[in-house]
Write a protein that binds this ligand. Structure first.
Ligand code: CAA
Length: 382
């Protein structure tokens, strides 16, 4: 694995870093305080090609690779973790499964506007009683003529309140367990699709999520994504990609928390010297820096494997697990370095602390990542 960036990756990194510092970071605290969806930043990300980073030009994407995606996700998330996840859902949970599983006609119809960022996507797997146990789907798609009728409820759907297009997982043949799950591409403005109030969350407050209700929602057979009964594999393979995005988001949060704490520790004086010169604080910062670097290397490795089309289920889980636990540890210690100032909203430490938590929960909890890694020990991998 070559750790140097190509000219194209470096150019993307420079562009996204400027965008993140100049346009995203100045808004982050207010977006969080006001729980406001950053529509203007999403529009700018669309202009910069960040909503379909790995989608080929033929489908109106930026035609870049998974490493470029990680670089961009870290930068945007370091500035605003909410904006980061809006971007990651569109890229890795919606464009990615369409690229992998959609027919040519489906790509033309659904993928192109998502990759241009004209439409926003969401991923509807979780249900009130199917979170970690993703195969326990209760949403039903019942065959009706040449299409299906869908009934059910989806939970905690990131981008749900704004989404135009959704990837939906349903049970078509319950007696077959995970082999009875079918994925669909859904028009979120269609009849029989309604959205609940947005969730009131601890962190990433500018990224909205909600319940989605399906009541007699009709879809045609050409909205099936992949094959009927193969939806669980669509979901799992999508999460292999999504977990790289969340690892990069966690990395961004960790870096932002670290940089704020390091700057503060260089200014703040106690007992006649800067607090960074107290070994207790200096060592904390040293550990943070090392762990962030380790998380970045794991994340880049997973992205590199994806770019080589190698199985990266285990590597994505490792990257997501390590980066999210690092983000939480770093954000907690950064807040501690800020002391009383860390506990008030005048400084960013408390926001990073709140934002970090979700990275240990969504796209598979830390416990699920450990399960995936342990299960990979027993499987032959290609
Ligand atoms: N790729 C392709 N196929 C896979 C796969 C992968 N990575 N992982 C498993 N499969 C296949 C298996 O090969 C198996 O196939 P067969 O039945 O044909 O042998 C099938 O799927 C079932 O596999 P398991 O027996 O391992 O499945 P399980 O029911 O025990 O569950 C699990 C596995 C890993 C726990 C899974 O349920 C899981 O990942 N749970 C977490 C769900 C999750 O991450 N949800 C996040 C929601 S999205 C979100 O959070 C978005 C957001 O807001 C930002």
């Amino acid at each position: 694995m070559d750790l140097s960036l190509s000219d194209v990756q470096q150019a993307l990194l420079d562009t996204v870093r400027q965008f993140a510092i100049r346009e995203v970071k100045p808004l982050a605290a207010a977006l969080d305080r006001e729980h406001r969806f950053p529509a203007e930043l999403v529009a700018r990300m669309a202009e910069l090609g960040l909503m379909g980073i790995e989608v080929p030009e033929a489908y109106d994407g930026a035609d870049l690779d998974p490493i470029a995606y990680v670089l961009a996700m870290e930068e945007v998330s370091a500035a605003c973790a909410s904006t980061g996840v809006i971007m990651s859902v569109n890229n890795s949970l919606v464009c990615d499964p369409l690229l992998k599983f959609a027919t040519e006609a489906q790509k033309q119809q659904w993928l192109r506007p998502l990759a241009r960022g004209e439409k926003l996507g969401c991923f509807m797997l979780s249900e009130p009683n199917a979170g970690s146990d993703a195969a326990a789907q209760k949403t039903r798609a019942i065959k009706d003529g040449d299409g299906y009728v869908i009934q059910g409820v989806k939970n905690w759907i990131t981008n749900g309140p704004q989404a135009d297009t959704g990837i939906l997982f349903t049970m078509t043949e319950p007696e077959k367990g995970n082999h009875g799950i079918t994925a669909f591409i859904v028009d979120m403005h269609g009849e029989g699709v309604t959205r609940g109030p947005k969730d009131d969350k601890l962190g990433i407050r500018a990224s909205h999520s909600c319940q989605i209700f399906f009541t007699d929602h009709r879809v045609s057979a050409d909205q099936v994504l992949g094959e009927p009964g193969k939806g669980f594999k669509v979901a799992m393979s999508t999460l292999d990609c999504g977990r790289i995005g969340i690892a990069a988001q966690a990395l961004g949060i960790a870096r932002a928390a670290f940089e704020a704490a390091a700057e503060y520790a260089g200014d703040r004086q106690t007992f006649g010297k800067r607090i960074i010169d107290h070994q207790a604080i200096g060592f904390m910062l040293a550990d943070m820096l090392m762990e962030i670097d380790a998380a970045r290397l794991l994340t880049l490795r997973a992205a590199w494997m994806k770019s080589r089309k190698l199985n990266h289920t285990r590597e994505s889980a490792m990257a997501k697990l390590f980066a999210s636990e690092t983000a939480n540890k770093v954000a907690k210690n950064a807040l501690q370095i800020f002391g009383g100032n860390g506990y008030v909203t005048e400084y960013p430490a408390e926001r990073h602390f709140r934002d970090a938590k979700i990275t240990e929960i969504y796209e598979g909890t830390s416990e699920i990542q450990r399960l995936v890694i342990a299960a990979s020990l027993l499987k032959s991998r290609k």
